[in-house]
Design a protein around this ligand. Structure first.
Ligand code: ATP
Ligand code: MG
Length: 258
């Protein structure tokens, strides 16, 4: 992983600073001058009704789309114009709103490919995968950590949606990120699966900063110290769960719509 610049001051550099981030799709302003500061190790939830601009913010952070205006600083380093792979190499990883696994491959194969994506080692043709010891070790660690060991040789398509969502988090962690962007990982899960996923998220390394898009209030309030609510592409309010729960505008536009 590439090194990250830190400042000489005593105050820790925030993991992520977003300044006036804006995205226009033709005439539609999907994200309108959003500013955020996410501290190192923070767990932050991004909420808001459908179409509020949550996924677009992830696409701007990860470099999937260029920003129309604004700045993104990752550990003090401006990454606004960097391509996705450079941001990933600096330590940003994400999951997608829609499941994004190789369905015909096994759990192990999916994880090995994710581990391999960020190493400098290139696969040599005709070299058996078992000879890539570091990759296999990392993969095995993740399989055990995520309780996927017994399922390691199962094709992903044969596993439940809940387990597939857990594998996606494991894949993102295979990249050893400093910032993890999770786009509705609990979408479409049963309540038991949601609970299992919430538990898993709460157990992740506290040094990894996590930004979670989540519609489920129970998951959001259980997981986050601070919540940011987006509405029509703008940051409506940011605060602790008590502040968010008791805000009348949030209740009207979001909780009221549940
Ligand atoms: N690639 C794109 N081209 C054009 N418009 C887009 C594109 N991506 C998103 N949009 C529009 O931008 C707005 C914000 O979409 P976005 O997907 O960010 O919302 P969201 O908050 O993630 O919603 P949801 O909760 O439904 O996932 C929507 O009006 C959407 O139609
Ligand atoms: Mg979305």
């Amino acid at each position: 992983m590439a090194s990250i610049k830190t400042t000489k001051s005593m105050a820790p550099v925030p993991c992520l600073v977003v300044e006036n981030l804006t995205k226009d799709f033709g005439g539609l302003r999907a994200v309108n001058s959003v500013s955020l500061t996410i501290e190192l190790g923070e767990r932050r939830v991004l909420m808001g009704p459908n179409g509020a601009g949550k996924t677009t913010i992830f696409n701007l952070l990860s470099g999937t789309y260029p920003a129309s205006k604004g700045k993104i600083l990752f550990f003090g380093r401006e990454v606004t114009g960097l391509p996705s792979y450079r941001r990933a190499a600096l330590g940003m990883a994400r999951t997608y709103q829609i499941t994004n696994l190789f369905q015909k491959l096994t759990v192990s194969e999916n994880i090995i490919m994710a581990c391999q994506a960020l190493t400098l080692t290139k696969f040599v043709m005709f070299r058996p995968i078992s000879s890539h010891h570091n990759l296999i070790d990392r993969c095995n660690r993740l399989l055990k950590e995520f309780d996927l060991w017994d399922k390691r040789n199962t094709p992903v398509k044969n596993l439940s949606h809940g387990v597939q969502r857990q594998i996606e988090v494991a894949l993102a962690l295979a990249q050893e990120p400093r910032l993890l962007l999770l786009d509705e990982p609990a979408a479409g899960l049963s309540s038991a699966e949601t609970q299992a996923l919430t538990l898993l998220l709460k157990k992740l390394d506290p040094n990894i900063t996590i930004l979670l898009i989540e519609h489920d209030m129970d998951v959001a309030f259980e997981f986050a110290e601070k919540i940011t609510v987006l509405y029509h592409g703008e940051c409506l309010i940011e605060g602790t769960k008590e502040v968010i729960k008791n805000n009348s505008t949030v209740q009207e536009i979001y909780l009221g719509a549940e």
